[in-house]
Design a protein around this ligand. Structure first.
Ligand code: FAD
Ligand code: SF4
Length: 481
């Protein structure tokens, strides 16, 4: 009997419960979410694999330090409402993180079972707990705190700004979020496509912040519509900058101005935020493309390629100058793209774009590459193979080779210290910047990173802002968090 139990235990360790998904043939032409979510039975089975370690290392892998073994134990005991409450203690956006966190390098990468190759599906379980709560209408509404009388302006409504807002509201401060676009959510709404992150989930999170008293002012560009100085003049006691890093980079090669070549940022914004995929129901034109080429191999490139496939392309090719091993996208996203028919042209770099008489892109000249010695990034440097040029036909090119800091706010704000790449210099522990009363966090400080890292920065900044505002209220006392 004991031997049987031992065998059953070993089986459990191996058998990670797979998340059901839409079939590739079906999903490659629709925008519905690809992974379908666990059933309660699947969640309990997966939760039962957790070893409940005494000194769990997975928690260290989570930037917001969710008590992972505790919420997993609650799922195993079928206490789903308690499981989500345990997660909410640390994470305001679990339905989002469960879907888009790179768990393999974060929490799941530190799970002891990862050594055997089958870590607990922490992200899937987090998503399950969050989705069951949403289905039941369960909300994370903590009792309303005493109003502090302090007002904070938050610039940017991405995960960093939303986290600062939630944490400050919970401490009794009044917050106003200023957003340049017409919808709040940052990359969560304009970048990550519907088939990876349904927009109603982000809308729910924003709505719950509004229920708690947050004011959101869209279509307001700070640095242009209103300056930072004017925000202080309006009476805000502190400002948090979370404007992200959305300035697209280009290849700087001949022909880049041809019609039919655009940045992934513009392409995805049209598709996601402006719902161009529902044209003509939504009034946004969208270059569709029959033979699409996507340059780059990160998550943004995979999202662009998979969007192009869904918009009806005959062929979609990812062109990347390094090898498969160096591709920065999550393994799961590469796998999904391949299953949906996206092709990969690796160790290949474009040298110029080719146009027709009307100035439209019709092709691209490429050169083959080989890998040399490691460069500053630690990855092997791609070196062109002379004489290996060849042409590929294409009528739409999407450039997804990275983004940089948007200079609009940063350059128009006197005294704001920037690093040489144009990102804001902020204290990593507190988010304080060179200007008294101004904090910053998320991609505008670190460069393009992850949702959960932006949230972690938002949490640290909110704690520091609260300390400062409370110290101002009670100058002689030290304030506990
Ligand atoms: P953002 O999300 O960029 O939000 C900044 C907001 O500020 C935007 O809404 C912008 O409009 C607004 N803003 C900018 N300037 C101003 C101004 N002057 N005034 C007012 N508002 C302004 N991360 C993951 O963890 N997993 C993924 O799978 C993943 N996939 C991604 C896919 C794509 C296509 C992209 C682009 C990114 C992806 N990321 C992913 C990265 C992740 O989304 C970002 O790291 C994260 O959103 C950064 O959050 P943030 O709050 O700093 O900024
Ligand atoms: Fe893992 Fe992200 Fe959830 Fe933390 S928030 S437990 S890193 S999936």
């Amino acid at each position: 009997m004991a031997e049987n139990e031992d065998l059953a235990e070993k089986e459990r360790e191996k058998n990670r419960v797979a998340m059901p998904e839409q079939e590739p043939e079906e999903r490659r032409r629709n925008f519905e979410e690809v992974p379908l979510g666990y059933t309660p039975e699947m969640a309990v089975a997966e939760a039962s694999r957790c070893l409940q370690c005494k000194s769990p290392t997975c928690i260290e892998g989570c930037p917001v330090e969710i008590d992972i073994p505790a919420f997993i134990r609650l799922i195993k005991e079928e206490k789903f409402d308690e499981a989500i409450r345990k997660i909410w203690e640390k994470n305001r956006l679990p339905a989002i993180c469960g879907r888009v966190c790179p768990q393999e390098t974060q929490c799941e990468g530190r799970c002891l079972l990862a050594k055997k190759g089958r870590p607990i599906a922490i992200g899937n379980l987090e998503r399950f707990a969050a989705d069951s709560a949403r289905e039941k209408g369960l909300k994370d509404l903590s009792p309303k705190p005493e109003p502090s009388g302090k007002r904070v302006a938050i610039v940017g409504s991405g995960p960093a700004g939303l986290t600062v807002a939630a944490d400050l509201l919970a401490r009794g401060h009044q917050v106003t979020i200023f957003e340049a676009l017409h919808k709040p959510g940052g990359v969560l709404v304009y970048g990550i496509p519907e088939f990876r992150l349904p927009k109603e989930i982000v809308a729910d999170e924003v709505e719950s912040l509004e229920d708690q008293g947050a004011e959101i002012r869209c279509n307001t560009v700070i640095g242009r519509t209103i300056t930072m100085d004017e925000l202080f003049e309006e009476g805000y006691d502190a400002i948090f900058i979370g404007v992200g890093a959305g300035l697209p980079r280009f290849m700087n090669i001949p022909g880049e101005n041809l019609v039919g070549i655009l940045s992934a940022n513009e392409y995805l914004t049209r598709a996601n935020l402006m719902k161009a995929y529902q044209f003509p129901e939504y009034d946004t034109p969208m270059p569709k493309g029959k033979n699409v080429v996507v340059l780059g191999a990160g998550n943004v490139a995979m999202d662009s390629a998979r969007t192009a496939m869904r918009l009806g392309a005959d062929s979609v090719r990812i062109v990347y100058r390094r090898s498969r091993y160096e591709m920065p996208a999550r393994a799961a996203e590469i796998h999904h793209a391949e299953e949906e028919g996206v092709e990969f042209l690796l160790l290949t770099n474009p040298t110029r774009f080719l146009g027709d008489d009307e100035g439209r892109v019709v092709g691209m000249e490429c050169i083959r590459m080989e890998l040399g010695e490691p460069d500053a990034s630690g990855r092997r440097r791609p070196v062109p193979i002379q004489g290996s040029e060849f042409e590929i036909p294409c009528d739409l090119v999407i450039i997804a080779v990275g983004t940089g800091a948007n200079p609009l706010l940063t350059r128009s704000t006197d005294g704001l210290e920037l690093n040489r790449r144009g990102y804001i210099v902020a204290d990593p522990e507190t988010g304080e910047t060179s200007i008294e009363g101004v904090w910053a966090g998320g991609d505008i400080v670190t460069g393009s990173a992850t949702v959960i890292e932006a949230m972690g920065a938002g949490r640290r900044a909110a704690r520091s802002i609260h300390e400062r505002l409370t110290r101002d209220l009670q100058p002689s006392k030290s304030v506990e968090d």
